[in-house]
Design a protein around this ligand. Structure first.
Ligand code: F6P
Length: 320
């Protein structure tokens, strides 16, 4: 491998910049030429590719978002788009590509690998929905954003003896709700991985209130449904309850990455480059039980991340 390129794709996440920095600086350290691709696969198809040097990734480790920008590209979903992308890389003599993104981005990288382009994937998403890595880049920061918001909500909820419903992101995965819920002492956590009964949820809130818990926080993962709808249902089942609903939305994707995310991104970015140099391809990089690991894209994109039931039950036990 002599020339490599890096792109960020799908929803951005905090720590993507730290990952880009690690890919660029490790690549240059090992004597490679490194290129940046602007706006993910969209930029790749439109040949929006430029050389990167040590200084082009200066002062970004602490910044949220991605200097390479990101996009969700429909054209690249089609076979012609993928062929075009592979041709552009071949014409430029780029023989290794690092893709930083989530599940959809991995599927694209897997397609390119099958077209003969050496690819490596880094898990860049706040959702923590990628298997074969304990954590994705951005997840820890997003959880911090949610915990900070819940702390603030608790101040006002406790003054007014109110209940609050907080809708968090995560797509089909409940990890943001679970980790932020345990860390903030949420009374109820609703995630798509666990079926729930709304009547029981409402009864639990009422019982808690009667037992002296005069305010409560319910965290709902977006994969379960809209916070607004859950609020209406609770009000119907328990008319003396009028929960206030907060949708945290894209705030969860912003802000400075935590040191954990920066270090995860730095380790994985460097690992991806070293593995490309060793001749690996078509693999996702991850951190499992503290160890850096590689797993075939084919396995990763066809596996659902396991939900941590033990942690979920713990959150329930501690929130009585
Ligand atoms: O995958 C990251 C994520 O923020 C999800 O949690 C959310 O469902 C989705 O992206 C939102 O997508 P968009 O930024 O296109 O609105």
């Amino acid at each position: 491998v002599k020339k490599i390129a890096v792109l960020t794709s799908g929803g951005d996440s905090q720590g993507m910049n730290a990952a880009v920095r690690a890919v660029v600086r490790s690549g240059l350290y090992f004597g490679l030429e490194v290129f940046g691709i602007q706006r993910g696969y969209h930029g790749l198809i439109h040949d929006d590719i430029f050389p990167m040097d040590l200084r082009s990734v200066g002062d970004i480790i602490q910044r949220g978002g991605t200097i390479l920008q990101s996009a969700r590209c429909m054209e690249f979903m089609r076979a012609e788009g993928q062929q075009k992308a592979a041709e552009i890389l071949r014409e430029r003599g780029i023989d290794g590509l690092v893709v930083i993104g989530g599940d959809g981005s991995y599927q694209g990288a897997n397609k390119l690998n099958k077209l003969g382009i050496r690819t490596m994937g880094l898990p860049g998403t706040i959702d923590n929905d990628i298997p074969y890595t304990d954590f994705t880049i951005g997840f820890d920061t997003a959880v911090n954003v949610v915990v900070d918001a819940v702390n603030k909500l608790r101040d006002t909820m406790s003054s007014h003896e109110r209940s609050s419903i907080v809708e968090v992101m995560g797509r089909y995965c409940g990890d943001i709700a679970l980790h932020a819920g345990l860390a903030s002492g949420a009374e109820t956590i609703l995630v798509p991985e666990v079926t729930y009964n709304m009547q029981e949820v409402a009864d639990r809130m009422r019982n808690n209130f009667e037992k002296g818990k005069r305010h409560s926080i319910l965290l709902v993962a977006e994969g379960v449904g809209r916070g607004e709808d859950i609020g209406k249902l609770i009000h119907e089942l328990c008319p003396d309850y009028e929960p206030r609903v907060t949708v945290l939305g894209h705030i969860q994707r912003g802000g400075a990455p935590t040191p954990f995310d920066r270090n995860l991104a730095s380790r994985l970015g460097d690992f991806a480059v070293r593995k490309l140099i060793e001749g690996e391809s078509g693999k996702a990089c991850g951190l499992v039980k503290g160890e850096l690991v590689l797993t075939d894209f084919d396995i990763v994109v066809n596996t659902k991340k396991e939900f941590n039931m033990e942690m979920y039950e713990l959150a329930q036990r501690l929130s009585q």
